[in-house]
Design a protein around this ligand. Structure first.
Ligand SMILES: *Cc1c(COP(=O)(O)O)cnc(C)c1O
Length: 485
């Protein structure tokens, strides 16, 4: 790194320096006063850095090197499936006919794009075991809300307006209770048992004539497969409720088991996780929702449909819950997911699952002597450890996460799920080599040793990053938005 890498863009600003060159204007100049009402015009010029094109290039390149990303290093963020995003996906998404079409183009001239969407729907129907799929929702949480709105519409269509409650296990992803609340339901929590699975007795206790649905992740956020899923489906269905599958992370069951076959009525997928859409930083996502036949009529409109070899947007859906997103979903992410599914093929997708599960179990077993393993069972695509032992030595899980930064790793998800003390939730994904897994394991083992021998090294970490330990609350509540001279 040179000196400039450490500077703020404002510090390298030189008055009068510009980073662009425009041709001489060949139209009449228009003054800002002619375009904007006076109250919207600033009195003083904005304080902007003045730098050359090369300066700005180096500035952003330097910043990008300070970031963690899947392309720069191992990223074991549990429940986020930070796997490699194959670059062929990007090439395909950039094909002119995909990248530069407009949502208002005539259907006759975008048949290829519509066919891709239709085909993707068909693939997702096959993968999930559902009867129909919408590609509209823009993220996982958006898919949850869309699915719950359909469940709501279903109950209302049956005159069943007393179903006001959605049951959510205590190990559920935080978006589940949030989506249920936004969809107008009351959330009821069901406990996990000592094996980390939904407690069936507790489920029987909370289910009733007011149950609209059970929202479930399987494998759950502890990385464990809900073995009693058929019995749970029976409990919910016989009470008149619907079964919702949070399929954000399908890595553990892809091509092996299908939510539709387990008895689920609605499922959402995160194409930006399992199906290699790039994510993180709040970029566009895609959260398609699949439903069983009795819910098809409530799907958002339009739905991509086909008749006699012609593809079209079907708006003729009188019972639809309506549109949930402008236009037709995040098309670019859907193109990437489609490319991934087609380039992997059925055998490739099966191998994804097998390797994701093997990698997670390998890592879990190798780390188990050094950290507490709250649920000593085979895991699926991810697992949780507890930093309880280290906490007794004065080293918290937050410290362990910070120390990992010194080794160049993005930390795992920490303090989630909430039902495990000092939780670390690790998801290696299938795209990492054994050497990468081993190097991370060695780092974790060294940190466990440091916690015993030199705890202050861990407590004061990170030592090698540009910014040292942050006050997390202050950093979130009062971010530095602007450089102050
Ligand atoms: C990521 C995730 C979600 C939310 O997905 P977003 O696209 O971030 O809205 C929901 N459930 C689970 C289990 C997840 O891992």
């Amino acid at each position: 790194m040179n000196n400039q890498d450490q500077s703020l863009i404002f510090e390298i600003s030189t008055p009068g320096r510009i980073g662009f060159s425009l041709p001489e204007m060949d139209v009449e100049a228009v003054s800002i006063e002619d375009i904007l009402p006076a109250e919207y015009i600033r009195e003083e010029a904005a304080e902007l850095p003045e730098v050359s094109e090369l300066d700005i290039m180096r500035h952003y390149t330097a910043l990008s090197h300070r970031n963690h990303g899947v392309d720069s290093g191992f990223y074991p963020l549990g429940s986020c499936t930070m796997k490699y995003n194959p670059k062929i996906n990007e090439n395909v998404a950039r094909i002119n006919g995909f990248a530069h079409i407009h949502p208002y183009q005539d259907e006759a001239v975008v048949q290829g794009a519509l066919e891709l969407m239709y085909d993707l729907q068909e693939h997702l129907i096959e993968i999930t075991g559902m009867d129909q799929v919408t590609l509209q929702p823009a993220a996982g949480a958006h898919g949850e809300w869309t699915g719950l709105m359909m469940i709501r519409a279903f109950h209302e269509a049956n005159g069943d307006s007393a179903r006001t409650k959605v049951i959510v296990p205590d190990s559920a992803h935080g978006t589940n209770p949030a989506s249920a609340t936004v969809a107008g339901f009351e959330t009821v929590t069901v406990k996990s048992n000592e094996y980390g699975l939904v407690d069936l007795e507790d489920l029987k206790r909370v289910v009733g004539p007011d149950t609209a649905a059970l929202m479930l992740t399987n494998p759950n956020t502890l990385g464990l497969f809900e073995e009693n899923i058929l019995e749970m489906a029976e409990i919910i269905h016989s009470a008149g409720g619907k079964l919702y599958y949070d399929g954000a992370n399908l890595n553990a069951v892809l091509s092996k088991a299908r939510p539709g076959d387990m008895g689920f009525d609605v499922v959402h997928l995160n194409l930006h996780k399992t199906f290699t859409g790039p994510h993180g930083g709040g970029g566009p996502g895609s959260g398609p929702v699949g439903v069983k036949s009795e819910l098809i009529r409530f799907l958002p409109k339009p739905l991509v449909a086909e008749k006699d070899g012609t593809f079209f947007l079907d708006y003729d859906r009188p019972e639809s819950i309506g549109r949930v997103k402008p236009y037709y979903g995040n098309f670019g992410i859907n193109v990437r997911a489609y490319t991934y599914i087609r380039s992997m093929g059925p055998d490739g997708l099966k191998a994804v699952t097998e390797n994701a599960v093997i990698n997670a179990n390998y890592m879990m077993r190798r780390l188990a002597p050094f950290y507490d393993l709250p649920f000593d069972r085979h895991c699926k695509h991810e697992f949780v450890l507890s930093g309880k032992r280290q906490k007794k030595l004065g080293v918290r899980t937050l410290d362990i996460a910070k120390r990992l930064l010194d080794f160049g790793y993005h930390p795992p998800t920490i303090y989630f799920p909430l039902n495990v003390e000092e939780c670390m939730m690790i998801e290696p994904t299938e795209t990492e080599s054994k050497e990468t897994l081993d190097a991370f394991i060695e780092a974790m083992i060294q940190i466990a040793k440091e916690a015993e021998e030199t705890p202050e090294i861990v407590q004061e970490a990170p030592h090698t990053t540009v910014i040292k330990r942050l006050d997390e609350t202050l950093a979130a509540r009062k971010p530095v938005l602007r450089y102050q001279a």
